[in-house]
Design a protein around this ligand. Structure first.
Ligand code: SF4
Length: 169
């Protein structure tokens, strides 16, 4: 068995998002990895103890995950509830899961305050995005797990092809 990939559970179509839906990502590589048993689906927000459905949440004030992890910013729901601890707990569980399953790569959906790796929303709940990452993506990178977004499946394929220890895809 070649290396595994931790993937946002919603990208597999699992109904784990805040709105109770999934967001299936159709791509031949994902279908191939799924058949090979290489994908480890995980939802950090559920793992952190949040219910589904749940109110949408964003990192406040235009900050990013590094600010959350440094205690300079919170993750807040549109209701105003502070869900920072649940987001951090879920992100840590995602890292544990990745390590335990032998995942050196993660494929995470962009834009999420957990899974975003290229952009996130600014905390105003008005659809304004900015460059930054979510809490789980940041913790993954800190742990040495390479993070790719749902827009970077082809880059992940290339990365795997370059990985001498993991050439068979
Ligand atoms: Fe999907 Fe990640 Fe949000 Fe869970 S936390 S619903 S896996 S984007």
């Amino acid at each position: 068995m070649t290396g595994k990939i931790l993937i946002s559970a919603c990208l597999l179509g699992r109904p784990v998002r805040y709105d109770g839906k999934g967001k299936l990502l159709a791509h031949p590589a994902i279908e191939r990895w799924r058949k090979q048993g290489r994908l480890v689906g995980f939802c950090p927000e559920q793992a952190g103890g949040l219910p589904t459905p749940r109110p949408p949440a964003e990192i406040e004030g235009g900050f990013s995950a590094e600010d959350v992890l440094a205690g300079r910013a919170r993750v807040v729901e549109v209701t105003g509830a502070d869900v920072t601890e649940a987001f951090i707990a879920g992100g840590r569980k995602a890292v544990d899961m990745a390590r335990n399953a032998g995942c050196r790569y993660a494929l995470l959906i962009d834009g999420s305050p957990s899974c975003g790796s290229g952009f996130i929303y600014d905390g105003s709940f008005t659809g304004k995005r900015h460059a930054g990452e979510g809490v789980t993506a940041a913790l993954m990178r800190e742990a040495g797990i390479e993070v790719f977004s749902d827009n970077q499946v082809d880059e992940l394929v290339e990365r795997l092809n370059m990985d001498e220890a993991d050439p068979a895809i």
